[in-house]
Design a protein around this ligand. Structure first.
Ligand code: SF4
Ligand code: SF4
Ligand code: FES
Length: 363
């Protein structure tokens, strides 16, 4: 029998001196997040099974000799937890300095991906110094992977495995995995090949969860040098009927990328290759900007909107008069905004009295 919310027992624990209630099964990190206690993380993504790899989220639990990872430790009744002592903060700073010393670059372009600046933000917050630890480095960049979508810049990898886990747990694809251990650790695909020869569907989820920009959006990075601040506009992907929420990234009048909305009710941060990367048509030089009307010579000629709309209306009216209202139909483009698709179906249903309307977004 599946337990309902009502069946789940509520208990109390102490968090930084405050009594907080929690539900059986919640981790310390989940409880802390709920009551807005800020514990730093690097390997955590709320959509994925907790992993306990980065140790940044450690907390002190009374009665335990060593700090524990709050993302993997379940809250228990009467537990007394401290999330921010001098020892913990020192531990976190040292961990960040180890990571910052190994990576070629910390302050990466935000166009690399949704979470790309997580490490940089934490390094700033803890004033962690790069270069403090010198020695071997892990992760070799795959410059030879010439796919058009994903940059594999593993010099910046911190082995948080978020990419591997999102690919398996969210996308169900298992395209990427981990090879070797310690400093030899390498994110890879089968037989150390290229992404295009693997099971990868180029959904971009690994890019968007990577906290360092080691996996990055190649298409968005084409606009890295374009001046201007990045603006995000929330909208719905119109390619199909799922209704994934996305943030369209712009610099001035230029569309520079798309990121999935992590709080999108239909997609929770997931997208397919079309929703993630197929937006070049918006600014394509071949895109039609003027209506075309076929002339007596059988060729298409540029025309103004009134001429084009009159011609379409005449044609539709002629067919309806001769053959009835169900002799006409309309197909709306999946690349058109949702509002335009709505207007087309309204025209056919309310205007012409037929349900003969289609759009690839119904899929
Ligand atoms: S793009 Fe999607 S399918 Fe390809 S490796 Fe990344 S998460 Fe996996
Ligand atoms: S590529 Fe990014 S997400 Fe994947 S393990 Fe490295 S740092 Fe983590
Ligand atoms: S967030 Fe808990 S160990 Fe990484």
């Amino acid at each position: 029998m599946i337990a309902t919310e009502k069946d789940l027992k509520t208990h109390t624990m102490m968090l930084d001196g405050e009594a907080v209630s929690f539900t059986e099964g919640e981790t310390i990190y989940e409880v802390a997040q709920r009551v807005k206690t800020d514990i730093p993380t690097l390997c955590y993504d709320q959509r994925l099974e907790a992993f306990g790899g980065c140790r940044l989220c450690v907390v002190e639990v009374e009665g335990q000799r060593l700090p524990v990872a709050s993302c993997t430790t379940k809250a228990t009744p009467g537990m007394v937890v401290r999330t921010s002592t001098a020892t913990l903060e020192k531990h976190r700073k040292t961990l960040l300095e180890m990571v910052a010393s190994e990576n070629r670059e910390i302050d990466v372009d935000p166009l690399r991906g949704y979470a790309a600046q997580e490490l940089a933000t934490l390094v700033d917050r803890y004033d962690a110094r790069g270069g403090r630890f010198r020695g071997k480095r892990s992760g070799a960049t795959r410059e030879d992977d010439d796919n058009p979508f994903i940059l594999r810049d593993y010099d910046l990898c911190i082995s948080c495995y978020r990419c591997v886990r999102v690919c398996a747990e969210q996308e169900g694809d298992h395209a990427i995995s981990v090879m070797n251990r310690g400093f030899e650790t390498q994110i890879t695909v089968e037989f150390e090949g290229l992404l295009k020869d693997s099971a990868c569907t180029f959904c971009g989820q690994c890019v968007q969860t990577c906290p360092t920009g080691a996996l990055a959006d190649k298409k968005a990075l084409r606009f890295a040098e374009l001046p201007g601040a990045i603006e995000k506009t929330r909208t719905i992907c119109a390619y199909c009927g799922v209704g994934c929420s996305v943030d369209v990234l712009t610099k001035g009048d230029t569309m520079v990328g798309i990121q999935p909305a992590m709080d999108g009710p239909a997609n929770h941060g997931a997208l397919c290759v079309k929703g993630q990367f197929a937006y070049d048509f918006v600014q394509h030089p071949d895109r039609l900007k003027t209506p075309l009307v076929r002339g007596d010579d059988g060729k298409l000629h540029e025309a103004d909107w009134d001429t084009a709309l009159d011609r379409a209306a005449e044609g539709l009216r002629r067919v309806v008069d001769q053959h009835g209202r169900h002799a006409v139909y309309a197909v709306a483009s999946g690349r058109a905004p949702s509002e335009a698709a709505y207007a087309v179906q309204k025209l056919m249903r309310a205007g012409w009295g037929t349900n003969h309307i289609d759009n690839c977004s119904r899929a």
